[in-house]
Unconditional design. Structure first.
Length: 182
């Protein structure tokens, strides 16, 4: 069985890479996120994260975790939920996507059609800060600690094709059951 877990900060390319890998391998892409739970609305996401951090709410997070874990059972998968590398114990490969704040804000601006990069920098920074605080309070996870990751990819310096190839090479090399063939 192959399980690829991809994490990174806001707009680092998690979903894009995960989708490309899942499509290439013909396996399930698990792209659940807190953001999708609030209708992909950054303002609502920030509000939800502020509430989770201030109230130390673990119930929402634990229920979300159960959903993610259940999606990874008994099948090959690519999970692009931010917490998946820490959460999913049977992952074959754990990937961290690195990308500078300016580029991530530029990517967000393209998606939201916001011409004000400075406001996007503020939003991206706020989401990253709150998410990091939430993970530390609920799980004791320091998102700046990359020691659990098998590979770190700078998505500013590689094309999507190059990123995909790097993760596929590592994943296929570790596929103990040889599910993907020789």
């Amino acid at each position: 069985m192959i399980g690829i877990c991809i994490s990174g900060y806001t707009s680092s390319g998690k979903s894009t890479l995960g989708s490309a890998i899942a499509s290439k391998l013909g396996i399930k892409h698990i792209g659940m996120s807190y953001k999708s739970d609030v209708g992909n609305d950054d303002t609502r996401l920030v509000g939800m994260l502020e509430r989770l951090v201030s109230e130390r709410d673990t119930a929402y997070a634990k229920e979300f975790d159960r959903k993610v874990e259940s999606e990874t059972r008994d099948s090959n998968f690519v999970a692009t939920t931010r917490l998946s590398p820490w959460l999913i114990r049977n992952a074959t490969v754990r990937v961290w996507l690195d990308c500078g704040l300016q580029e991530r804000a530029r990517r967000r601006a393209a998606i939201t059609e916001n011409k004000d990069i400075d406001s996007e920098i503020g939003t991206v920074s706020r989401i990253d800060k709150l998410t990091s605080e939430h993970f530390m309070k609920v799980y004791g996870i320091d998102m700046n600690d990359r020691s659990i990751f098998d590979i770190v990819i700078n998505t500013e310096k590689m094309t999507l094709k190059e990123e995909t190839e790097q993760v596929l090479l590592l994943s296929i090399g570790r596929d103990k059951d040889n599910v993907l063939g020789d």
